[in-house]
Design a protein around this ligand. Structure first.
Ligand code: NAD
Length: 373
């Protein structure tokens, strides 16, 4: 039936990475190695800051959560991520954060890769957090409070272990089942965790505090009296208008670092501060243009919201890993045409429209028809 349409035998395919495929790729390389290499990938892209066409992400808010689109491009590659944030999804058996994304060729607009990004987001968020902490935490940091023990937490713990040598985790979550799950998963990776009664206990004596909670509200996970000189705070869960984790006093006592200022002013914990509250973008520290931590007693905050450039790097990383591992799944997403102006010719040959029998729901007709005018 398709014999006359040689275009259909020509292959133009978009690479496809399913969630299962990405999970097996991570297992093949090793999660810790993926986190380290992804951090290196993110660092090299942040160092090329001016090469990117950047914008704050586009958010659609609802009473339950948010759905966001995150585009970015350099001269060669365009990327976007679709991602949601619905803190009550667990009640429906769904993840708080779910994502997928695309990598495309700038010169032609051809989609090169469609990939899951739920797992990949957890990796890139943790890799970015650890990258920032390597610049901002006190050298020799060993103990991290981990507040919010949900889907992102294991990735955060392992990234900080691998990139900074953190080996003492103090855990707290309002849901003891989440902490039990994290403790068991840490043990399976050979990492030690201590369950704490509350956030204050978790923070006591910590070098680094990671807040990675999910609640669609102005939460106050950390107050000024929980913070000691020299701490580094990795604030991950305040990433949306009206969704914060830090008391303003914590911010006013700290040097605050952000990914992309224009976006973080809207979404980060600094949404609580005045428009001229001073912040430093991470790329400036990476390039040595601005200082990171200046002394051992300074309090530093990485006000993380998640920026499209991290997903760009993560998509590149996954594309290259798939190549390295010989993964060749693909999607027939775009019609491959012998004559690109004859899109109509891609349709199967057909009888005149008037003779067309009605298609039964769920069944494609077994004969193909030309579309009649
Ligand atoms: N900055 C980024 O780049 C980035 C990336 C991914 C996710 N996030 C954010 O990180 C947060 C966590 O994501 P997740 O996928 O792990 O969500 P999740 O729903 O799987 O886990 C969130 C955990 O926070 C706990 N929690 C809620 N309120 C708390 C409180 N007051 N004190 C202690 N624990 C509390 C919940 O019980 C739950 O276990 C979300 O807010 C999400 O939007 C940010």
């Amino acid at each position: 039936m398709y014999a006359a349409h040689t275009s259909l035998t020509r292959s133009f395919e978009t690479r496809f990475l399913s969630a299962q495929r990405v999970a097996t790729m991570i297992a093949a390389k090793g999660l810790a190695a993926c986190l380290a290499d992804m951090a290196a990938c993110i660092e090299s892209d942040f160092r090329r800051w001016e090469a990117f066409d950047k914008c704050a992400r586009v958010a659609s808010h609802s009473a339950q959560g948010v759905i966001e689109l995150m585009p970015i491009a350099d001269q060669q590659l365009y990327a976007f991520k679709y991602v949601n944030g619905h803190p009550l999804n667990h009640r429906l058996g769904l993840s708080t954060v779910m994502a997928f994304g695309v990598l495309a060729d700038v010169a032609t607009g051809t989609p090169l890769l469609v990939s899951e990004l739920t797992l990949t987001t957890a990796l890139r968020t943790a890799a970015t957090s650890a990258l920032a902490a390597r610049l901002l935490a006190r050298p020799g940091s060993r103990r991290m409070a981990l507040i919010g023990n949900g889907a992102q937490s294991e990735f955060q713990a392992l990234a900080f272990h691998r990139l900074l040598g953190i080996d003492d985790f103090r855990l707290y979550d309002v849901d003891p089942a989440a902490t039990g799950k994290l403790l068991a998963n840490l043990a399976s990776m050979g990492l030690r965790g201590t369950v704490c009664r509350d956030a204050r206990e978790a923070c006591t004596g910590a070098d680094i505090i990671t807040t990675v909670t999910a609640d669609k509200t102005r939460a106050t996970i950390l107050t000024g009296d929980m913070i000691a000189p020299g701490m580094h705070i990795n604030a991950v869960g305040g990433d949306c208008p009206g969704k914060t984790e830090l008391h303003p006093e914590v911010l006013s006592r700290s040097q605050v670092f952000v990914e992309f200022e224009a976006q973080t002013r809207i979404e980060g914990d600094i949404q609580q501060m005045s428009a001229d509250f001073p912040v430093t973008e991470l790329w400036q520290v990476l390039r040595g243009a601005r200082p990171g931590r200046r002394n051992a007693s300074e309090i530093t905050v990485f006000d993380s919201v998640g920026f499209a450039l991290e997903d760009f790097s993560a998509l590149r990383f996954m594309r290259d890993l798939a190549e390295e591992l010989g993964v060749a799944d693909s999607l027939s997403l775009i019609p491959a045409l012998d004559d690109p102006r004859n899109l109509f010719g891609y349709l199967p040959a057909a009888e005149p429209l008037r003779d067309r029998p009605a298609a039964r729901p769920g069944h494609l007709p077994d004969t193909q028809y030309r579309v009649a005018m």
